[in-house]
Design a protein around this ligand. Sequence first.
Ligand code: C2E
Ligand code: CA
Ligand code: CA
Ligand code: CA
Length: 278
Amino acid sequence: AKKLGKGQFQFYTESLNVAARDRLALDSALRRALEQDELYVVYQPKVDARGRPFGFEALVRWDSAEFGSVSPVRFIPLAEENGLIGQLTWFVLRAACHEAARWRAAGHERLRVAVNISPSLFREKDLAALVRSVLEEAGLPPGNLELEITEGMLMGDVQRALAVLDELKAMGVYIAVDDFGTGYSSLAYLKRFPIDILKVDRSFVLECDQGNGGLAITRAIVSLAHSLNLRVVAEGVEKQTQLAVLNALGCEEFQGYLFARPLPAAQLAGYLDEKSPK
Ligand code: C2E
Ligand code: CA
Ligand code: CA
Ligand code: CA
């Protein structure tokens, strides 16, 4: 047993080393990816109950020459730690705003594009100035852009977050709180910040068509949002039964595999021709 114990210990430290080495390699690969063309953006529709699009969420993808396709769940946290998140967000924001400007030019003047904003960006960068310069460059009106922030951002340096969000709001950019219900924001925060949209986290959507409290929680979230005059988006809708419940509760927008997976930019024109003909 002693020997086994030692072996296990060695195995443990070795795998830690491997993890650290992997991380370093991934880190430098991500730096290169930002310079070479390995990152790109896909767009997932947000639709009404009949499937007509209000807009799209921009989601970053990384096809690495070295690691193959890497999930954002893995490299976004890494980018937050190694300081690359600013560059990465700028890349996604630019791609998304230029893309939305093309939709407008094709006659879809009201479609919004939503971009995910990491909490760390709020603390370090002048986000409002960055957004303004990208909108100007792309020629996109602020009303066609939505920023998805998380509850965590509303904690921390509240004064700073408020100042940045107020400035964005004054420009006319829409603000959505992502993954709502999974963080720790209080109702007081929700009321205090200039938020337009609340995205109900997928974990609640997953259970909203089941007994054991799933429906009750979703109903509570939706009615809270509506009492604060927020628009409600349900994310991760996969089943017709979930859609039926969410629609009955008064959710305004739906996003999920039931309607569409994230699409490459090249497929959007065809999608819009079909779902939102001009
Ligand atoms: P998120 O913002 O909650 O994005 C939704 C995620 O759920 C996306 O995964 C999307 O592909 C996935 N999804 C959509 N519909 C369904 C569904 O019906 N069922 C299931 N099971 N999943 C669905 P993705 O693209 O892998 O992104 C994961 C997370 O990575 C995002 O979660 C977001 O936190 C982060 N992320 C992605 N792109 C960016 C980005 O450009 N910037 C930042 N800061 N974070 C990003
Ligand atoms: Ca999001
Ligand atoms: Ca989300
Ligand atoms: Ca989520």
